[in-house]
Design a protein around this ligand. Sequence first.
Ligand code: SAH
Length: 564
Amino acid sequence: MLPTLRDRYSVPPDFSQLACDVPAFAPFTRSTGKGGSTIDWKDAAAVRSLTSALLERDFQLKVALPEDRLCPMVPSRLEYVLFVLRLVLATFDAPSASSTLPSLVGLDIGTGASCIYPLLAQRTYSRTSSSSSTRLKMLATDIDPRSLSYARRNVAQNGLEKEIEVFEVVQEDKVFPEKVINNAERIDFTMCNPPFYASEDEISSSLTAKELDPFAVCTGASNELLTQGGEVAFVSRMIEESLELGKDKIRWFTSLLGKFSSIAPLVELLKSQNIANYAVTPLPPQGQTTRWLIAWSLQDYRFPVELLYPNPLDLNPLEPPSSALNSGASTTRFLPPSLLPSTYHLPASVSSSSPALSLVDVRTILDDMLRDLAGGRGHDGGKEDHEKALSWTWRRREKEEASIEEEVVVRARRNVWSRSARRAAAGKGKGKEKATEPALMSVDAGSRGGEPGEGGLLLEMRLLVRPSPAASAASENAEDEQPPPPPPQPLHILALWTRGTDVDRAAYVGLWGYLVRKIGEAVRAKCQGEHGGEAGVVREGATRKVEEAEDPRGKRRKIEGDAQ
Ligand code: SAH
C-alpha cells in the first residue's frame, strides 16, 4: 500500500543532513545557534533550493524552478498526491488484494512550472508497485506559456515524457478540455491547486490572514494566484463541467482549496446539483497552513471515510465529538450524512450475571440473518456470488494491541429485505430462489467498477463489529495491584455505505434499518433463551439509531427496513 506522508516528513527535514546529501543546498543553510541548521525563509533562492534538494534526494527528481513562478513546498504537494492515489486505490475493484496495482490515469489542472504533482505522482506510484507493468499516466494542463515550457523541460529531464503529457490550454477553454481528456479512455482522478484569489486586494488581505504558504516569500505570478471569481468560481466550473461530462469518463474530481470560506458555497453547489457523493477534509496540517480538499464523484463508489481527517472510525462513538471536530474550522458539518458511519450499540451485558455478547456471537447473528435474507443459501466466497441477490464476506483484521474487530462486506444486487420482497419470498417458499428471477449480471472481479448499477450491484456496505474504545481504555488504565476483572466490553456495529448511486441511498438505509431491527430481536431472543425472559435488560442496554433517511425526492422519513 502507499506510504503515509507521516513516514517521510513527520518532522521537518534536517537541513544539516540535507546539505550533506545535496551539496548545492549547503550554501543556503545557516546555523540556528542551537546545533541545527535553517534557511532564510525570506530568501526566494533558498526556498527554491530547499524544494530542489528535497525532490532530488527523496524522489530522484531534477526540477528547474523559475524565479518568477510559485515555488512548491514538497511536503504539502506530496500530501495531496498521496491522498488522491489512496482515494483511487480504495475505490477500485479488488484494490489491495493483489500485489499488482492497477494502471491509472490522472489529470493535473494548472500544473505550473514545476509540474510537481505529476512528477511526484509518478515517483510515488511506481515505487509502490512491485510490478513493472503497473503504469500511471499523467495528463497536465496550464495556460501559462512560460510555466508550460518549464514543465515540459522538467518532464523531459527526468525521462518521463511517455508517462506525463503536458497540454497548453487557454483560459476560455473548459477546465477539462476535450482535446486533453480524449487522450485517455477514462481518467481515474483529477487534481488541481487552483489560483485561489479573485483580486490583488484579496491576496494582500489573505496574506495578513496567513492563507498563503507559511513562508514569507511568495514568488507567485498573477496567473498562479488570481482567477476571475477566485477558487470558488474555478472549482464551480469544474463541478458544472463534471455534470456535463457525465459519469463515464472521470472517476474522482478533486481540488485543493486555499480558503476555508470557499467550502460552503461549493458544497451548496454540489448539493443543488444532486451530487451527494462528495467529501471535504483538511489535509493533515503541515506547519501553520491548512489546506482543504474537496472531492466528488458521479460513480457508485462512495468516498471512503478513512480518508477524512480526523478519521471518524478512530473516534469513540460513545464520546461527544472532540472540540477539534466541533470547532468553527471543522469540515465535518459540510459532509453529507450518508458519508459518516451509522452506529448501533450492543448492550454491555445481557444481564448482570451474563457476559456481553462476544464478537463470535454477533458474527453468528449477522451470518444467520444474512443467510435468511439470501434465502438460506451459502455465501462466503462462493463462485457464483455475482449471481446472488446478496453475498457477504468476512474479513478478520488484527488491530493494534489486543482489540480485535470483525468486518463484513455485504453486497446486494437486488432488494431482498424490503417488506414486499420478503413477502414475495415467503409466498414462494423460503429457501428457493424464484425461477422467474431476471438473470442477474455478473460483476467481473477484474473489470473496472464504479459505474452506477454496473454489474447489477445495487449496494455494497461494510459492517464493522468492534469493542467500544471507551471500554478498552478503561481496562488498560486499571493500575490497581489486584486489577478488577475487566468489565465486559460492549460492542458496537458501524455501518458504512461503500457503493451505490445517490439515487439508491434508500436501499442502503433500508438494509441497515432492517439489520438493526433484526439484531435487536436476536439479542433479545438470546437473552430470553438464557435467562427466561429478561429481555427488558437488553432493551435498556441497547441504544439504537435508525437513520433518518433523506430520499432523493427530499422527503424525510424514518426507514425501518422497508426500502421500496
Ligand atoms: N500545480 C502547481 C501550480 C499551481 S498555481 C503547484 O501546485 O505548485 C495555479 C496554476 O493554474 C498556474 O500555473 C496557472 O497558470 C494555472 N491556470 C490558471 N487557470 C487555468 C486554466 N483555466 N486551466 C489550466 N491551468 C490554469
